[in-house]
Design a binder for this molecule. Structure first.
Ligand code: GCB
Length: 597
């Protein structure tokens, strides 16, 4: 799915800003059919939860309504008019005046509607977007809704971040010609010093010839091609490298009778990625991942995309020497992916399949543990929802050179009966959709080598481990021994590349101790250093991504105090002591695996 962009044949208008906002009530059965009767306005993009002071809005479970009027530019007559919603978390319904034009399930991926027949150039229309935040066993991520004695819905879920909802990313009005480029898929290879750019494109709305032009960063034409499937060879190609991004511009034109009827330009990075033995090679060179699992999270905006945070977070990652991050635990805004492309940051791109593990809840509360994979819990319908987010994620992000790997899921119950049957078709699907990238999943600490049932299906094994925190807290000597024993077992059983995708300690900025005391800044540093000693001793370890880049909000409860504090930076992006320690290590090692003396 192409990101909305302006070109010589397309225009793009942001319809972000302040929208009328109301929570769903029984008294307005069709809120889209007239002007919303509400005193509230909500910012778009932003999650709505932390905007208002009313906890009934923050905790609302169900539909909310956003509405504004939009004028179609008068020059758009004869063009197709598209509404594009970058994300509606978790379900969206779009109405133009009284007509429903789109419905989409999945909170972190875009959708669009062609509204040409319902609007007129130069005229205004009423745009209403309903957003529903409910999570069930049929959604990704999953959750449970209970109705209490008063009839109020209560949402619970199995993932450790607040269920922010709303229009957290941009909404666009986009014009396209009738005959237009619908999709483009670019894959790249190297043949000696020649870059090989494979382009497949599809058209919609009629027949046209396809013309391709590839330009380098100075604008000079370095290659061209013709037809819906073409290969462009670039001599002496400048590669897209981690830390040294280089992007070409590929212009795709649809031509009818010699006239260009549509044009779209896509950034292309020429690079290869492959798994070889227990190494991950980018452009043929072993790559060692340093960086973080992140979240889209900030005060007031919740998961709302914010370009100021985007720039600042990437600045901090650069300052600390991080070369990569994982889009834990859902696809991030496309602006983030584009930025990573432009700045040479390597991305492990994760689906929103988090919390597919009912065992964790029982484990923490001591209560009964339901089976994760069963007809009553996560079942074939869940798997179809999961397949759909994989399809949409690959469709959205397949052309980003920064994306080197797909992560199908975070911490599923991969040790429970039924896991293999659930995941095998999803891994096959991911490989069919994109044969060019390795596929991974992120393993939970309860599913060790020997009890995990799915690791052999994947190219790379990502591990989240909390030795010294959830297990053996305060005892870093025992933790170090246990971590090393476990990693050696994985290495021996699979011989595949392994990345520590989560390790970390909750830390209150400003809390100090001379002892190994959990929650202090010193303990966070010592625990990370302990992990690093072990990583350096295990040849198959090809990366380390600390949990988490910054403190983030979670659901309330006895388990968290105003959120998860495992950030290396606070929620407002101030460094804890660990930030300085990581900076010393990562700026020294770059992208080369450190080896123990
Ligand atoms: C995990 C999860 C992550 C949590 C983290 C924690 O394993 O993947 O979402 O936030 O642990 O801090 O407990």
């Amino acid at each position: 799915m192409l990101k909305p962009k302006a070109s010589a044949t397309r225009e793009l208008i942001s319809i972000d800003g302040l929208w009328r906002f109301a929570v769903d009530t029984a008294s307005t059965p069709e809120p889209w059919s007239s002007t919303l009767d509400t005193p509230l306005e909500a910012a778009v993009p932003a999650s709505y939860n932390d905007l208002f002071t009313d906890s009934a809005i923050r905790d609302h479970v169900g539909w909310v309504w956003y509405q504004r009027s939009v004028r179609v530019p008068r020059g758009w007559s004869g063009e197709r008019v598209i509404v594009r919603v970058d994300a509606a978390t978790h379900e969206g319904a779009v109405y133009v005046n009284d007509s429903r034009v789109a419905h989409h399930v999945g909170g972190y991926l875009p959708f669009e509607a062609d509204i040409t027949e319902l609007v007129a150039a130069g005229e205004e229309f009423r745009l209403t977007i309903g957003v529903n935040n409910e999570l069930t066993f049929e959604t990704i991520p999953p959750g449970i809704i209970e109705v209490d004695a008063s009839g109020a819905k209560k949402q619970s879920y199995f993932h450790d971040f607040y269920n922010y909802a709303g229009l957290a990313r941009s909404v666009w009005l986009w014009s396209r010609p009738l005959v237009h480029i619908d999709d483009v898929t670019v894959t790249t290879q190297r043949d000696g010093s020649t870059g090989v750019v494979d382009v497949a494109s599809t058209l919609i709305g009629g027949d046209a010839d396809v013309r391709l032009t590839l330009r380098d960063a100075s604008g000079a034409v370095v290659g061209s091609g013709e037809g819906p499937a073409a290969v462009i060879r670039v001599s002496d190609a400048v590669l897209w490298q981690p830390g040294a991004a280089y992007l070409y511009d590929l212009t795709i034109e649809a031509v009818v009778d010699g006239a260009v009827v549509d044009e779209y330009t896509l950034a292309v990075g020429i690079r290869t990625v492959e798994v070889s033995g227990a190494q991950i090679l980018i452009n043929g060179e072993p790559f060692y991942f340093t960086g973080f699992g992140k979240h889209e999270d900030s005060a007031v905006r919740g998961k709302g995309h914010d370009n100021a945070y985007l720039v600042h977070d990437f600045q901090l990652m650069d300052w600390i020497g991080a070369n990569s991050f994982r889009t834990s635990h859902y696809p991030y805004a496309e602006e983030v992916m584009d930025f990573a492309d432009r700045h040479g940051i390597v991305v492990i791109d994760e689906t929103p399949a988090v919390g597919l593990n009912l065992g964790i809840i029982g484990g923490i509360t001591g209560g009964p543990t339901p089976k994760t994979w069963s007809p009553e819990t996560l079942n074939d319908t869940t798997r179809e929802a999961h397949a759909q987010v994989i399809r949409e994620l690959v469709a959205r992000d397949k052309n980003h050179p920064s994306v080197v790997m797909w992560s199908v899921t975070n911490e599923p119950a991969s040790n429970e009966e039924g896991a293999r049957e659930y995941f095998e078709p999803l891994v096959t699907l991911t490989r069919e959709l994109d044969p060019s990238r390795p596929v991974t999943f992120v393993n939970v600490m309860m599913a060790v080598a020997g009890t995990d049932l799915i690791a052999d299906l994947f190219d790379v094994i990502c591990l989240n481990r909390y030795y010294g925190w959830y297990v053996m807290p305060g005892d870093l000597v025992a933790a170090e021994a246990a971590l090393e024993t476990e990693l050696r077992a994985w290495e021996q059983l699979y011989g595949k590349p392994m990345i520590m995708t989560e390790y970390g300690a909750d830390t209150i900025a400003g809390l100090h101790s001379i002892h190994d005391q959990p929650w202090t800044e010193e303990y966070q540093v010592k625990m990370l250093e302990m992990f690093h000693r072990v990583h350096d001793r295990i040849p198959a370890m090809v990366g380390e991504q600390v949990w988490n880049f910054a403190d983030f909000q979670t659901s309330s409860g006895f388990f968290r105090v105003d959120g998860n504090k495992k950030g290396v930076f606070t929620r407002d992006r101030k460094p804890k002591a660990a930030a300085h320690a990581l900076r010393a290590r990562w700026t020294a090692i770059g992208s080369a695996k450190p080896v123990a003396d």
